[in-house]
Structure formats: C-alpha cells, structure tokens
Design a protein. Structure first.
Length: 225
C-alpha cells in the first residue's frame, strides 16, 4: 500500500562525485556531492550557491569530476562537513560545517595533474572526468525564498580517465559495469552496488556507439575548450 509522505529530501540514490577546482590563490578545493547525472559527454550538477566550488567553477570555467569507488568511502567521509568557504556560510554553519583549506591533506587523497584543465584529478578515484563549464542557471526561479540558493551547472567533458582494469576485455572505449563499483549516496547514507546483474537489459541490446556524442570528437580538437 502506498501512502502520501513528505520527506525533507528526495536523494533516492546517485553516485558520489568529488569535484576538484582551483582556488583564487592557486590551492585546490575538493567537494563531495551526489546531485549529478550525465547525458552523453555532458554533466548536470546541482550545487549550494554559497559553497566554494560553484564560485571557483564560475571564475575558472572548469573542474574535474572524480568518481570514487566504494573503496574510497573513508576518504570521502573525511571531506564531509567541511567547506573551502571562509567564513563559513550561515546555512552551512547551522549544519555543522567547518572551514578547511587543505582538502587533499584531510582526505588523504592524492592530487594528479590534469591534461586539459588546471584543476587536479584524484589518483585514488577510478574514474576522472576533466570538464569545462558550458552553462549555469539558478534553481527555483518560481520561488522567491529558494531562488539563488542552488546553482545548476552544465559541464562538458573534455577528457575521460579510467583505470585500465575497469575496461571491457578487448574494448578500449567501453567501461565494464560488472567491474565498476561506484560509491552511492542515498538519503545521506553510503552504499555500494551488489555484485552481479539482476537480469539482462533490453536497453543493453542497443550498441553503445549509437549514443556517441559529438562532444567526444570535439575533445580531440586542440581548441576543445
């Protein structure tokens, strides 16, 4: 039986992403989040407007989306309730956040240079997506109380780095979902995927190549940015 309910949040389960950006002084910021999804080589990200990350993305026009596996949960958790914003924004202070400048230091993650952007990659994350900002708009334009609190970013992927062990055998451009175990956030709790498939998917009969985005070809251009 279904009942009507009003949960305070509707985070029903999405992959965790650690966004790396460059601060004004050249240091690096890391921000774990899970309000993200992908269409082709485009990512859609929902971010608290008072956070350091959206400010860095608007200023530099770039970021790296690092996708941790379930094995990275402890490092991701060490970033929780920290912010690169100083002073700490009131909404975050009310939720128990503290300012932390050295995000790599407290997390234990290792910075790697990127190839197309200044923001670093995270060595320990099996999937790393170098991105540039394509567009941004404010969420909830129809509500004066909410408008301006959340920014929605559209980013374009310029380079995809994946641990070799995650690729399908004999397929240099296909990630094997049976090998990839993303860290999942559902209602503020961490989860991992169970091993094995539930059953074969009819959608999986469509060749992946038919979904290839022109952005993937654009990423090969020296003027991709």
């Amino acid at each position: 039986m279904h009942v009507v309910t009003e949960p305070a949040i509707l985070y029903l389960g999405t992959p965790v992403v650690v966004i790396s950006t460059v601060n004004e002084d050249g240091s690096y910021n890391l921000a774990p989040m899970s309000s993200a999804f992908w269409l082709g080589w485009r990512g859609i990200l929902g971010l608290d407007a008072s956070s350091k990350t959206p400010g860095n993305m608007l200023r530099t026009g770039e970021c790296v989306l690092n996708l941790p596996s379930a094995d990275c949960v402890a490092a991701v958790n060490r970033l929780a309730l920290t912010t690169g914003s100083d002073p700490v924004p009131p909404r975050k202070m009310a939720r128990g956040y503290r300012h932390e400048r050295d995000k790599f230091g407290i997390s234990g993650f290792t910075a790697l240079p990127s190839q197309t952007v200044a923001a670093p990659r995270i060595l320990e994350c099996p999937v790393q997506l170098e991105c540039v900002v394509a567009a941004m708009h404010d969420l909830a334009r129809d509500n004066a109380m909410l408008h301006g609190r959340t920014k929605i970013f559209e980013v374009r992927v310029q380079r995809v780095h994946v641990e070799k062990e995650l690729l399908m055998d004999g397929e240099p451009n296909r990630i094997d979902p049976d090998k990839w175990r993303p860290l999942i956030m559902s209602f503020q709790k961490f989860y991992g995927l169970a091993a094995g498939r539930l059953r074969e998917s009819h959608l999986g009969s469509v060749p992946e190549g038919l979904y290839r985005s022109p952005d993937a070809d654009r990423a090969h251009s020296k003027t991709a940015a």
